[in-house]
Design a protein around this ligand. Sequence first.
Ligand SMILES: Nc1ncnc2c1ncn2[C@@H]1O[C@H](COP(=O)(O)OP(=O)(O)OP(=O)(O)O)[C@@H](O)[C@H]1O
Ligand SMILES: [Mg+2]
Length: 259
Amino acid sequence: MSKRIDINNLNVYYGSFLAVEDVSLAIEPKSVTAFIGPSGCGKSTFLRTLNRMHEVIPGARVEGEVLMDGVDLYGSDVDPVTVRRHVGMVFQRPNPFPTMSISENVLAGVKLNNKRISRSDAEDLVESSLKGANLWEEVKDRLDKPGSSLSGGQQQRLCIARAIAIKPDVLLMDEPCSALDPISTLAIEDLIQDLKEQYTIVIVTHNMQQAARVSDRTAFFNIAGTGKPGKLIEMNDTPTMFSTPVEKATEDYISGRFG
Ligand SMILES: Nc1ncnc2c1ncn2[C@@H]1O[C@H](COP(=O)(O)OP(=O)(O)OP(=O)(O)O)[C@@H](O)[C@H]1O
Ligand SMILES: [Mg+2]
């Protein structure tokens, strides 16, 4: 539960294109780390390398180390499926399986991992995961209805329930609120605050207020121009980052004076 991640000198390529260059940073357990920066600076690219999700993209590869509690995720004996079992991911658009019921959606990740579980264990897991995602009260009377019958904010919490059902150590979230209204956004932010008691959380966001509200530490990425690689500009605890950033580019970005 809740692991520390140390990234050392990570480069990420799509074929011959260097998308992210030489990133080293530490992600603390039981805390929320936010990645911010302009479009195209490589936030999603970098995030996906933390559970080897980029490997589903032909030509995508990394150089460098990602250590989880000291163990390299890219070690030759490490299975990417196992990595994804420990490092869950929530995407920008809620993506429940539309034909599956709410409870089947919660269990989908567990079943993918070939875990056989009894009916009563499955029911317990559905309930605890939906409670963990703060969705239980809204759906407990219609668990057999399709996941697609929920509102966007509920669907995103369903995806979070699906992610925590596999009991990961780390939860990666790529702009999890960008498709949601302000009320659903605050619900997800509250949930993130609860989840950090148990998990290491990394969130990509374009919303500066959100980064300031939910994160303990913030990393700012930037890009020097089209075709250039994204780089980490600075990282600090969030209050310091937003009050007294060291770099001018960070200050310009967080104050909306970018470009
Ligand atoms: N599947 C892909 N194949 C090739 N290049 C890609 C792929 N995905 C992203 N890139 C390129 O990598 C760079 C970083 O993209 P990425 O999506 O990581 O940026 P981002 O910071 O997440 O942007 P946004 O804020 O718009 O989501 C961009 O130049 C992008 O075009
Ligand atoms: Mg992105």
